[in-house]
Write a protein that binds this ligand. Structure first.
Ligand SMILES: [Cu+2]
Length: 644
């Protein structure tokens, strides 16, 4: 520990950064030192999560810069020798452990999957005689050519799984180190692996199907074919540089300002997003992030348990990509590095993790007036803040867009490899055949966005807005009338809502105390894509565990402890944590400090075109000002250079 102590000596001194700045390498080490001194870091202890324990909103908003809230880190510690799991908070300036709560993992859930669990599982399962026998029945005797995927186990109340920290393990053949494993699933066999005992405690061997043979190696010219010609360069040139400014983690662009954060669990976090209007800085969102996503698979066969919570169970932020200019991002790019901690609580810097750039985005507005002869056109552009992460077979890009007209969009790009199985044939309804004998089971990707709203301040309310035709009758004699139907969502039980595309349903956040020039509350509106919610039966395990995904919208009253829609400890959690527990108090929402939680994402029946690597699919949502400004806020955008 001497080495650690030396390197961390600066971080416990008074810091001058912003209270929401991401954790620095020195701070991770300082926190680690506090835990070590408190006897929490035996040699067998690993960090399943390590990050900033953000101070409460009121402390951040109230505090002058010279009176920092306590800088705290949170760590999930697991002792591999016993499975003992502890949720620890340390104070850096105080150099002490604030709390260390021992989990009852049967009730509270297990800590997230460790990076080290992948290797440990592969080595141990390969050595297991029962599993080797199952492979031998398929003619697979060289186990060094079998790769294993440890997958979060879910929670099914089975006696032999009770209290175990475990994964379920599926196998793929990899003939050599370049072979694309997703081409060659070994179906019908799953090893149940206890991560603490480090042994296979059960092998399920249900059926034998041939291992699909066709290579999906898109790096191999023999598989891919010759590269196409004719794509001439597109170059983005910004000879005077980009129009944004990045000072530390504070990003400003046009009228926008925000702070950029990064967390091993959630990935990119955006803080204190505001827009300056006529010289006044108007807050919009105190904190925006995607704190959960669930990928439930719809194949009822022996792989029925297959469901990943990529954020709560696997910590999507930990698998962040290091981006390459010209390839992942075009134009004048500013990158921020991400500093996260490994299984040992040691800091790791991922260079070029967060990409910031601006993009032309077509027409902003345009009109050719037949009476005046005026012909005007303006270009829209957007500020893009993004990162990419690879969680197992899938790659996810998370993009936040900020536009000149005050709109915000969140977009997720889904690409990478399908999770595959052997295709049973006979028009099997729960999978698509994507190569000869190769199936890709149907699944959903359901994301949860947490939007801690502060529309012109913290006193907000939420209204559901439907559009509706009106019945023929007095006041509507010709039957053409269309109106909005506005319903105030006054309490948390009323705030759990589903989208309705047939009514163009949207939800607007109003500030009940701030009026626009028409005397109406200023507002920002959330426009959902209104795609299917969780399709699993309401009585299923996943419906209890991913209850957040059974509504498109939840509204809660701000509570600094309520950060995760499926609860703090998602792995093997029996269900009911997170949003269903948060709204059980049925708190009042009208004129309160509120948080929106929005579920979105595709239901994915794979196509042959998604194989062997999937063209990026997109999903997301938009937030647009609705009476927040008094008129189009972009009349002051100048015409492109050379036009007038
Ligand atoms: Cu998919």
């Amino acid at each position: 520990m001497t080495d650690t102590a030396t390197r961390s000596s600066d971080a416990t001194r008074a810091r001058r950064g912003h209270p929401l700045d991401p954790v620095s390498a020195a701070e991770y080490l300082a926190g680690r030192q506090v835990m070590a001194a408190a006897g929490l870091l035996a040699e067998t202890v690993r960090f399943a999560y390590y990050g900033l324990d953000e101070p409460p909103k009121d402390e951040v908003l109230a505090g002058p810069a010279d009176q920092q809230p306590d800088r705290r880190l949170r760590a999930f510690l697991i002792d591999l020798s016993s499975g003992e799991s502890t949720d620890v908070v340390v104070s850096l300036p105080g150099r002490h452990v604030v709390s260390a709560r021992l989990l009852d993992t049967r009730v509270d859930g297990q800590l997230p999957i460790l990076t080290g669990d992948f290797d440990v599982t592969e080595q141990a399962v390969r050595a297991d005689p029962g599993w080797r026998a199952a492979m031998a029945r398929r003619g697979l005797t060289d186990v060094s050519k079998i790769r294993l995927c440890p997958m979060s186990a879910g929670s099914f109340g089975r006696p032999e799984e009770d209290g175990r920290r475990m994964v379920r393990v599926l196998a793929f053949v990899q003939a050599d180190s370049r072979d694309y494993v997703w081409s060659h699933p070994v179906d019908g066999v799953v090893a149940h692996f206890d991560l603490i005992e480090q042994r296979v405690f059960k092998v399920v061997d249900e059926f034998v199907r041939p291992v699909p043979a066709e290579s999906g190696d898109y790096d191999d010219p023999a598989v891919r074919g010759p590269l196409r010609a004719g794509l001439r360069p597109i170059e983005i040139s910004q000879p005077h540089g980009p129009s944004f400014t990045l000072e530390g983690t504070r990003l400003t662009w046009q009228n926008w300002s925000m702070r950029i954060g990064f967390d091993a669990r959630e990935g990119l976090t955006l803080h204190q997003i505001s827009i300056t209007d006529a010289g006044r800085e108007r807050p919009l969102i105190y904190r925006a992030s995607l704190p959960e996503m669930v990928v439930p698979y719809g194949d009822p066969s022996f792989r029925h348990w297959q469901t990943y919570f990529d954020i709560g169970e696997y910590l999507a932020g930990k698998w962040v990509n290091s981006l390459q200019p010209g390839c992942d991002c075009l134009g004048e790019i500013a990158y921020l590095d991400a500093t996260i901690a490994d299984d040992f609580g040691e800091p790791q810097v991922i260079p070029n993790a967060i990409c910031i750039h601006e993009e032309d985005h077509g027409i902003l507005w345009k009109h050719s007036d037949v009476f005046t002869g005026s012909a005007q056109s303006r270009r829209q552009r957007r500020l893009v803040v993004s990162f990419f992460t690879t969680v197992g077979n899938y790659d996810y890009g998370f993009y936040w867009y900020f536009y000149l007209d005050g709109s915000i969009e969140c977009e997720v790009k889904l690409t990478g490899a399908l999770f595959t199985a052997a295709y049973p044939g006979d028009d099997y309804p729960y999978a698509a055949e994507v190569a000869p004998g190769l199936g890709a089971p149907v699944h959903q990707h359901l994301f949860s966005a947490r939007l801690d709203m502060t529309v012109d301040g913290v006193v907000n309310a939420v209204e559901e807005v439907d559009v509706t035709g009106c019945p023929l009758g007095p006041g509507n004699p010709y039957g053409n009338a269309i109106a909005q139907r506005v319903t105030r969502l006054t309490s948390e039980s009323h705030g759990a809502r589903r989208a309705d595309a047939s009514r163009g349903r949207s939800w607007r956040v109003v500030n009940t105390a701030r009026l626009n020039r028409f005397g109406r509350p200023v507002s920002y509106t959330l426009y959902p894509e209104a795609t299917p919610l969780l399709l699993a039966d309401p009585s299923s395990s996943v419906a209890r565990r991913a209850a957040f995904a059974t509504n498109h919208l939840w509204v809660t009253r701000y509570d600094p402890a309520q950060r995760y829609p499926a609860g703090d400890f998602v792995n093997q959690h029996p269900g009911g944590a997170g949003l269903p527990a948060y709204v059980a108090a049925d708190r009042h929402l009208d004129g309160a400090d509120i948080v929106l939680w929005h579920t979105f994402g595709p239901t994915h029946f794979p196509r042959p075109e998604d194989w062997p690597v999937m063209p990026a699919a997109r999903c997301g949502f938009a937030l647009r000002p609705t009476g927040f400004f008094d008129r189009n806020p972009t009349l002051d955008v100048p015409p492109p250079a050379g036009h007038r």
